[in-house]
Design a binder for this molecule. Structure first.
Ligand code: GTP
Ligand code: MG
Length: 294
C-alpha cells in the first residue's frame, strides 16, 4: 500500500503469449490427469468426466510431446466396455495435413470452436484440438485432431506425429492448383508412415477447401471420384471453413469409416487373441449419415 494510505488501483493482468501457452499446457495436462489414467501405455477413460459438446486444448509450437502422453496410448481401454449398460467411449487420433495455407487450422477452428478468421498465422510444428461427439445415446467419441503445419512436409517429424493415428484429412486449396498436385505426395507419405494394426492404410478423407472462392481449374467431380478411388481416399468434400460448408459432414464421414474399421479389427481380434479393446455398438451404423464415399 502507498505511504499516503491510498489503495493502489488493481493491476490489470495482461498475460504474455508464453504465459497463455503455459496455462493451456497446465490445463491440458490437468485434463489428461482427470480424464485419462496413464498406466502401462494404456489410456483409460472415465466417461463421467466428459462434458459439453466440444473443447479445444491447444498446445502450441512443438510442445507436442506433452500432449502426446495423453493422445498416444498403445491401447485404448474404455471403461464403458466393462458393462453393457454404460455408454461406449472412443478416443481417435486424427491427422489434418496438407500444404501451407490450405486452411487446416481454419477447418479445425470452425469444427471445434465454430469460429473463423481471415488472419493467417502459420502453424509451427503441430497444434492439438479435441472435439467430443455425442455420437448416439450410447457412444461418446473424442477426436484428437493433430493440426500439422504445412511446412512439416519437408521436415522429418511427420513419422512421429503420424504414430497411432486412426484417420486423416488431407486438405488442399481449390484456388491454388499446386496444393492439389501435392495431395498425392501427402497421401504416399502418410501411407508409408502409419497403418492400421492389420497393415491397411488408415481411412483418409480429401478436403477441397475454400470452395467459397473462385476455383483454379482442377478436375470435375467425376474425375475427383476417380482420383479418390485410385489414390485410396475414403471420400472427398468441397469445404469452406469461412462459410462452414461440409465440415461436419466430412468429419462424420471419416468417423463412420473409422468405426467401420474398428468393427472389422475387433471382429478379427475376437476370432484371434481378443486383444482389441475398442468395441463398436450396432447403433453406430444405424445413426450414422451416409458419406459420399468413393
Ligand atoms: P499452415 O499452418 O501454414 O500449414 O496453414 P493452414 O493450412 O493451417 O492454413 P490456415 O487455416 O491458417 O489458413 C490460411 C489462410 O486461408 C487464412 O488466411 C485463412 O483465413 C484462409 N482460409 C482458410 N480457410 C478458408 C476458407 O474456407 N475460405 C476462405 N476464403 N479463406 C480460408
Ligand atoms: Mg495451420
Amino acid at each position: 500500500m502507498p505511504e499516503d494510505g491510498t489503495v493502489s488501483p488493481r493491476r490489470i493482468s495482461r498475460r504474455t503469449r508464453g504465459e497463455r501457452t503455459k496455462r493451456r499446457e497446465r490445463y491440458l495436462l490437468s485434463t489428461g490427469k482427470n480424464n485419462c489414467a496413464l498406466e502401462n501405455n494404456e489410456i483409460s477413460h472415465d466417461i463421467s468426466a466428459s462434458s459439453g459438446d466440444s473443447a479445444i486444448y491447444s498446445v502450441e509450437n512443438n510442445n507436442w510431446d506433452k500432449c502426446q502422453r495423453v493422445a498416444m496410448g498403445n491401447k485404448i481401454v474404455s471403461n464403458a466396455n466393462q458393462t453393457t449398460s454404460k455408454p461406449r467411449d472412443h478416443l481417435y487420433k486424427i491427422l489434418v495435413i496438407g500444404d501451407l495455407g490450405t486452411g487446416k487450422t481454419s477447418i479445425i477452428k470452425r469444427y471445434v470452436h465454430r469460429f473463423f478468421t481471415q488472419h493467417y498465422r502459420a502453424t509451427i510444428g503441430v497444434d492439438f484440438a479435441l472435439k467430443v461427439l455425442n455420437w448416439d445415446e450410447n457412444t461418446l467419441i473424442r477426436l484428437q485432431l493433430w493440426d500439422i503445419a504445412g511446412q512439416e512436409r519437408y521436415g522429418n517429424m511427420t513419422r512421429v506425429y503420424y504414430k497411432e493415428a486412426v484417420g486423416a484429412f488431407i486438405v488442399f486449396d481449390v484456388t491454388r492448383k499446386n496444393t492439389f498436385d501435392s495431395v498425392t505426395n501427402w497421401k504416399t507419405d502418410l501411407d508409408s508412415k502409419v497403418q492400421l494394426p492389420d497393415g491397411s492404410p488408415i481411412p483418409c478423407v480429401l478436403l477441397a477447401n475454400k470452395c467459397d472462392q473462385l476455383k483454379e481449374s482442377l478436375a470435375n467431380n467425376k474425375n475427383m471420384e476417380e482420383y479418390c478411388q485410385e489414390n485410396g481416399f475414403a471420400a472427398w468434400f468441397e469445404t469452406s471453413a469461412r462459410d462452414n460448408i461440409n465440415i461436419d459432414e466430412a468429419a462424420r464421414a471419416l468417423v463412420e469409416k473409422i468405426l467401420e474399421q474398428d468393427a472389422l479389427l475387433n471382429s478379427e481380434a475376437k476370432k484371434g487373441s481378443g486383444q482389441f479393446s475398442v468395441t463398436l455398438d450396432s447403433n453406430d451404423q444405424k445413426n450414422g449419415r451416409k458419406s459420399c464415399a468413393c
